[in-house]
Design a protein around this ligand. Structure first.
Ligand SMILES: [Mg+2]
Length: 226
Protein backbone atom coordinates (compact mmCIF):
# COMPACT_ATOMS: atom_id res chain seq x y z
CA UNK A 1 0.00 0.00 0.00
CA UNK A 2 1.04 3.58 -0.55
CA UNK A 3 1.54 6.18 2.17
CA UNK A 4 -0.69 9.19 1.46
CA UNK A 5 0.24 12.47 3.14
CA UNK A 6 -2.68 14.90 3.21
CA UNK A 7 -2.33 18.64 3.61
CA UNK A 8 -5.17 20.18 5.66
CA UNK A 9 -6.00 23.80 4.71
CA UNK A 10 -7.41 24.09 1.21
CA UNK A 11 -7.12 20.34 0.67
CA UNK A 12 -9.34 18.74 3.32
CA UNK A 13 -11.08 21.83 4.68
CA UNK A 14 -11.31 25.63 4.77
CA UNK A 15 -11.62 27.63 7.97
CA UNK A 16 -12.72 30.89 6.34
CA UNK A 17 -9.95 33.02 7.79
CA UNK A 18 -10.06 31.55 11.30
CA UNK A 19 -6.36 30.64 11.28
CA UNK A 20 -5.25 34.08 10.12
CA UNK A 21 -7.51 35.87 12.61
CA UNK A 22 -6.35 33.63 15.47
CA UNK A 23 -2.68 34.30 14.70
CA UNK A 24 -3.37 38.03 14.50
CA UNK A 25 -5.06 37.90 17.91
CA UNK A 26 -2.21 35.87 19.44
CA UNK A 27 0.57 38.17 18.15
CA UNK A 28 -1.30 41.20 19.49
CA UNK A 29 -2.23 39.80 22.89
CA UNK A 30 1.12 38.17 23.69
CA UNK A 31 3.70 40.33 21.92
CA UNK A 32 1.80 43.55 21.24
CA UNK A 33 2.39 43.23 17.48
CA UNK A 34 -0.64 44.71 15.77
CA UNK A 35 -1.90 43.70 12.34
CA UNK A 36 0.90 41.15 12.30
CA UNK A 37 -0.61 38.98 9.58
CA UNK A 38 -1.13 41.80 7.06
CA UNK A 39 0.38 40.74 3.74
CA UNK A 40 1.46 37.32 5.02
CA UNK A 41 0.69 34.51 2.54
CA UNK A 42 -0.59 31.32 4.12
CA UNK A 43 -0.35 29.25 0.93
CA UNK A 44 1.87 26.29 1.69
CA UNK A 45 3.31 28.01 4.76
CA UNK A 46 4.08 26.36 8.10
CA UNK A 47 3.01 27.87 11.40
CA UNK A 48 6.66 28.09 12.47
CA UNK A 49 7.59 29.72 9.16
CA UNK A 50 4.79 32.27 9.54
CA UNK A 51 5.96 33.18 13.04
CA UNK A 52 9.54 33.49 11.76
CA UNK A 53 8.58 35.86 8.94
CA UNK A 54 6.26 37.96 11.13
CA UNK A 55 9.02 38.24 13.77
CA UNK A 56 11.45 39.42 11.09
CA UNK A 57 8.99 42.12 10.06
CA UNK A 58 8.89 43.31 13.67
CA UNK A 59 12.69 43.39 13.81
CA UNK A 60 13.17 40.12 15.69
CA UNK A 61 15.46 37.61 14.05
CA UNK A 62 14.84 33.91 14.65
CA UNK A 63 16.04 30.91 12.63
CA UNK A 64 12.88 28.90 13.32
CA UNK A 65 14.88 26.12 14.96
CA UNK A 66 16.71 27.40 18.05
CA UNK A 67 14.97 28.83 21.12
CA UNK A 68 13.12 31.99 19.99
CA UNK A 69 13.95 35.37 21.60
CA UNK A 70 10.25 35.93 22.33
CA UNK A 71 7.42 34.05 24.00
CA UNK A 72 6.64 31.49 21.29
CA UNK A 73 4.90 29.15 23.72
CA UNK A 74 2.65 32.05 24.74
CA UNK A 75 1.85 32.82 21.09
CA UNK A 76 1.07 29.16 20.41
CA UNK A 77 -1.19 28.85 23.38
CA UNK A 78 -3.05 32.13 22.62
CA UNK A 79 -3.38 31.03 18.98
CA UNK A 80 -4.87 27.66 19.90
CA UNK A 81 -7.30 29.33 22.27
CA UNK A 82 -8.35 31.91 19.64
CA UNK A 83 -8.58 29.25 16.94
CA UNK A 84 -10.69 26.94 19.09
CA UNK A 85 -13.15 29.76 19.82
CA UNK A 86 -13.51 30.54 16.12
CA UNK A 87 -13.92 26.94 15.05
CA UNK A 88 -16.90 26.68 17.39
CA UNK A 89 -18.68 29.43 15.46
CA UNK A 90 -21.35 28.13 13.11
CA UNK A 91 -20.26 27.61 9.49
CA UNK A 92 -16.60 28.44 10.15
CA UNK A 93 -15.23 25.11 8.97
CA UNK A 94 -16.14 23.86 5.52
CA UNK A 95 -15.07 20.42 4.44
CA UNK A 96 -13.82 20.38 0.84
CA UNK A 97 -15.97 18.39 -1.59
CA UNK A 98 -15.67 14.61 -1.45
CA UNK A 99 -13.29 14.40 1.53
CA UNK A 100 -15.27 12.05 3.75
CA UNK A 101 -16.21 9.79 0.83
CA UNK A 102 -12.59 9.65 -0.35
CA UNK A 103 -11.23 8.77 3.10
CA UNK A 104 -13.87 6.04 3.47
CA UNK A 105 -13.03 4.69 0.01
CA UNK A 106 -9.28 4.64 0.72
CA UNK A 107 -9.54 3.05 4.17
CA UNK A 108 -7.72 -0.29 4.07
CA UNK A 109 -6.33 0.48 0.61
CA UNK A 110 -3.71 3.08 1.56
CA UNK A 111 -2.04 4.36 4.72
CA UNK A 112 -3.59 7.75 5.48
CA UNK A 113 -1.37 10.33 7.19
CA UNK A 114 -1.00 14.11 7.41
CA UNK A 115 1.62 16.49 6.10
CA UNK A 116 0.69 19.96 7.23
CA UNK A 117 2.23 23.26 8.20
CA UNK A 118 -0.18 23.44 11.14
CA UNK A 119 1.20 22.87 14.59
CA UNK A 120 -0.05 19.43 15.66
CA UNK A 121 -2.46 20.88 18.23
CA UNK A 122 -3.93 23.23 15.60
CA UNK A 123 -4.32 20.35 13.18
CA UNK A 124 -6.18 18.43 15.89
CA UNK A 125 -8.52 21.38 16.49
CA UNK A 126 -9.30 21.91 12.79
CA UNK A 127 -9.82 18.24 11.93
CA UNK A 128 -11.58 17.61 15.24
CA UNK A 129 -14.13 20.28 14.30
CA UNK A 130 -15.26 18.08 11.39
CA UNK A 131 -14.81 14.74 13.14
CA UNK A 132 -11.73 13.79 11.15
CA UNK A 133 -9.03 13.78 13.83
CA UNK A 134 -8.11 10.21 14.65
CA UNK A 135 -8.41 8.98 11.05
CA UNK A 136 -4.65 9.21 10.50
CA UNK A 137 -1.65 7.09 11.29
CA UNK A 138 0.20 10.33 12.22
CA UNK A 139 2.35 12.38 9.89
CA UNK A 140 4.43 15.56 9.96
CA UNK A 141 3.47 18.95 11.34
CA UNK A 142 4.54 22.57 11.62
CA UNK A 143 6.17 21.73 14.96
CA UNK A 144 8.60 19.42 13.19
CA UNK A 145 10.17 22.05 10.95
CA UNK A 146 9.54 25.62 9.80
CA UNK A 147 10.43 24.53 6.24
CA UNK A 148 7.74 22.44 4.57
CA UNK A 149 10.34 20.84 2.29
CA UNK A 150 11.76 19.04 5.33
CA UNK A 151 8.49 17.36 6.29
CA UNK A 152 8.25 14.30 4.00
CA UNK A 153 11.27 12.63 5.67
CA UNK A 154 9.67 13.27 9.08
CA UNK A 155 6.43 11.59 7.98
CA UNK A 156 8.39 8.67 6.51
CA UNK A 157 10.40 8.25 9.73
CA UNK A 158 7.21 8.21 11.84
CA UNK A 159 5.62 5.59 9.58
CA UNK A 160 8.82 3.51 9.70
CA UNK A 161 9.01 3.79 13.50
CA UNK A 162 5.39 2.59 13.72
CA UNK A 163 6.33 -0.47 11.63
CA UNK A 164 4.15 0.64 8.71
CA UNK A 165 5.29 -0.77 5.40
CA UNK A 166 4.50 1.23 2.31
CA UNK A 167 5.28 1.25 -1.38
CA UNK A 168 5.26 4.89 -2.53
CA UNK A 169 4.75 8.18 -0.74
CA UNK A 170 2.14 10.52 -2.25
CA UNK A 171 1.64 14.11 -1.06
CA UNK A 172 -1.85 15.53 -1.60
CA UNK A 173 -2.07 19.31 -1.34
CA UNK A 174 -3.41 22.51 -2.84
CA UNK A 175 -0.39 24.73 -3.62
CA UNK A 176 2.89 24.68 -5.56
CA UNK A 177 4.58 24.45 -2.12
CA UNK A 178 2.99 21.01 -1.70
CA UNK A 179 4.48 19.92 -5.03
CA UNK A 180 7.89 21.30 -4.00
CA UNK A 181 7.81 19.48 -0.67
CA UNK A 182 6.83 16.24 -2.41
CA UNK A 183 9.75 16.61 -4.83
CA UNK A 184 12.16 17.45 -1.98
CA UNK A 185 11.09 14.26 -0.22
CA UNK A 186 11.07 11.99 -3.27
CA UNK A 187 7.28 11.66 -3.22
CA UNK A 188 4.58 11.85 -5.89
CA UNK A 189 2.56 15.08 -5.92
CA UNK A 190 -1.23 15.31 -6.28
CA UNK A 191 -2.89 18.74 -6.06
CA UNK A 192 -6.49 19.93 -5.90
CA UNK A 193 -7.96 23.25 -6.96
CA UNK A 194 -10.02 23.75 -3.77
CA UNK A 195 -7.45 25.84 -1.94
CA UNK A 196 -4.97 28.64 -2.09
CA UNK A 197 -3.67 28.42 -5.67
CA UNK A 198 -5.15 28.87 -9.14
CA UNK A 199 -5.30 26.05 -11.66
CA UNK A 200 -2.62 27.85 -13.70
CA UNK A 201 -0.24 28.13 -10.74
CA UNK A 202 -0.77 24.46 -9.97
CA UNK A 203 -0.20 23.43 -13.58
CA UNK A 204 3.08 25.34 -13.72
CA UNK A 205 4.27 23.46 -10.61
CA UNK A 206 4.03 20.25 -12.70
CA UNK A 207 2.33 17.90 -10.24
CA UNK A 208 1.89 14.23 -11.12
CA UNK A 209 -1.87 14.67 -10.91
CA UNK A 210 -4.01 17.83 -10.90
CA UNK A 211 -7.61 17.35 -9.73
CA UNK A 212 -10.46 19.88 -9.60
CA UNK A 213 -11.46 18.56 -6.16
CA UNK A 214 -11.42 15.33 -4.19
CA UNK A 215 -14.98 14.45 -5.22
CA UNK A 216 -14.26 14.53 -8.94
CA UNK A 217 -10.75 13.18 -8.29
CA UNK A 218 -11.75 10.20 -6.22
CA UNK A 219 -11.70 7.69 -9.07
CA UNK A 220 -8.24 8.93 -10.10
CA UNK A 221 -6.88 8.55 -6.59
CA UNK A 222 -8.43 5.11 -6.16
CA UNK A 223 -6.78 4.05 -9.42
CA UNK A 224 -3.46 5.60 -8.41
CA UNK A 225 -3.20 3.60 -5.18
CA UNK A 226 -4.61 0.32 -6.50
MG1 LIG B 1 -2.87 23.83 1.99
Amino acid sequence: MDLLLFDIDGTLLRTRGAGREALDEAFLSVLGWSDAMAGVSLAGATDGGIVRSVAARFGVSWDGVSAPPFDLAGVQSAYLDALGRRLEQPDRVALCPGVRELLDALAGRAHLALLTGNWRAGAALKLGAVGLWGRWIDGAYGDDHADRNCLVPVARARADAAGIRYRRVIVIGDTPADVACARAGGALAVVVETGFATAGELERARPDLLLPDLARGRAWLEALVS
